[in-house]
Unconditional design. Sequence first.
Length: 346
Amino acid sequence: MTDSTDIEIVAPNLKRRLSGVTATVVRLIPVQARMIGIVATGPGLPPELPHIPLSRAATLPRDRWRVWHARRNTEMALGLIFRRVLGRRYRLLFTSAAQRHHTGFTKWLIRQQDALIATSPQAASYLEREATVILHGVDTQVFRPAEDKAALRQQLGLDPDAVLIGCFGRVRAQKGVDLLVRAALRLFPERPKAQLIFTGRITPDNQKFADDLLAEAKAAGIEDRIRFLGEIPWEDVVRHYQALDLFAAPARWEGFGLTPLEAMACGVPTVAARVGAYETLIRDGETGSLVAADDLDALTHALARWLDDPETRENAGRAARDHVVRNHAIEGEARAIVDVYRKLLS
């Protein structure tokens, strides 16, 4: 059991299913734990993560200030309850990735925080308070190019000879999944090696959305080249990134959007819409392409460029990996957040 005197930061995760926020907590805490006394709390987290039960987070001694680092409204509210109702000595910190106007309740919660972090300048502009902008990073030791892509594909049941496009995340219209399938319907008939895979959960309310897209692919005779793999274990998500030739993130809107960084760290160029932080992450023409959101023609044109030029695609993959290692490694993100923690604790 972690000694209470060693706990300086508590990072709650109040959602059982894997989400972008949960993934952020899971990947950051092991790095931050080498810098400061941090633990997670809440359900659905890996057992190897430094962790305390919520009941203990609610009863930590009042002998010192600690930081409660929320990333969701529910977590901001719980931190307030712990401080104001239970009298715990928590400094309240909230990280926001949202690029939209907040509701009245969210604005009120934000005003109760002692400090704010935004994951992009765009997200900061909606907070109506001063915030420290800290871009997400990725673990470049975990996300790295495959040593033998053909062998990896065989292990995963993927075609070793395919030109493989991937799109990872929840299957829904917000992610532009339909745009990507319809771009494939235009491109694939003349490119027999091109294939497309999706990983990510299909919720019951989106099952018909996915089924209708597969029906379109079947009508076009390419249903065997577009696959929905569903929700797969995290370590297998990493291996599927490594198996790709090209990544696509054609979201209609996005908070931050970490998947292009993860793909680029694996040496895979990315075609993405100009939403979220993608314009900050991707160097247009060098590590991938940026296209207007919800623009099927632009998406199709950009994908065609990378599909048809393997040499440029491979060079862009190397440039993408170098770009992430230099500018978006997780250690830099972790250090910047720990700096905010130390200011709050001082």
